[in-house]
Design a protein around this ligand. Sequence first.
Ligand code: PHE
Length: 342
Amino acid sequence: MLEKLTQLREEIKRSLVNAVPESIEALRVRMLGKKGEITAVLKGLGQLEPEERRKMGVAANELRDWAQNAIDGAKAAAGATQQAQALSEETIDITLPGRRRGIGRLHPLTQVYGKLEELFISLGFDIVEGPHVETVYHNFDALCTPESHPSRDETDTFYFNDGLLLRCHTSPMQVRVMEKQKPPIRVVVPGKVFRRDDVDATHTPAFHQMEGLVIDKGIHFGDFKGMLELLAAHIFGPQTKIRLRPSFFPFTEPSAEVDITCYICGGKAQHEPCRVCKDSGWVELWGCGMVHPEVLRKSGIDPDIYSGYAFGLGVDRITSALYGISDPRFYFENDMQFLKQF
Ligand code: PHE
């Protein structure tokens, strides 16, 4: 019996030399587990004569304690060795550049809206926004746009049922503001507008405008022209000149289109034909005019007391002009190569 215990001790010693944690655990189960060899010896003590049992009991318990300690110690040592080895093998290459996550930036249209708002706030304008889904009344009727006007056609405007549509300009907000607010009025209205255009190099079915409306006593065309000159200089630089061309809108009288001197060729005759102004030296940017007395009347403002001007800035066009962007489709494609440039 004592011999058996000595054998087990030797076997444990041998097995623990250079052992890995997994084989040490297997050894523990084989020796000290429920059906382990040392456990079997301890269980067998009961069948021995009392004298023998006492002697063997002491020796077997001593072996069990020793084995437990030896195995625990070996396990800890082997674990540490394994970890140290892993650490030395699995080195982290700290010279590898990390993956950069860009923080992004403002869309060029948002940047231009910001520049415009900055100017208008400094001039005392309020900024208001209106609904994309408008009534036919606010989009057309209140703006004196007759039934026969081509913009009212189903082929030009997106209609819902029930006298609703997607606004085709920001001008209905002129009406909404005048319905709510008494003069003096100074507002700009940034926002998306929608027209049934097929997508091509100069059209997108959604685009961006900024409406402006100023109503007060004694507002005349000269006030308006002064403001336009400020605006052109603020956006395109002090060298920029503006030109007003007679035009027609049902809700302004007189009406005009605003052109600026070409930002590519500077408005000078060039040897090379200019692709932007087609050699005219001018680029058309937005429509405007003095608010029609009938529009004032329909919205509850007395045209014998008040007058004013309105304009609808084409923000996509201003942005294209400012950054030399040739195609408005870029604004909607979320292409990082494009957006990163601004
Ligand atoms: N709403 C017109 C358009 O979209 C522009 C405009 C606005 C003209 C205000 C006159 C006054 O074309």
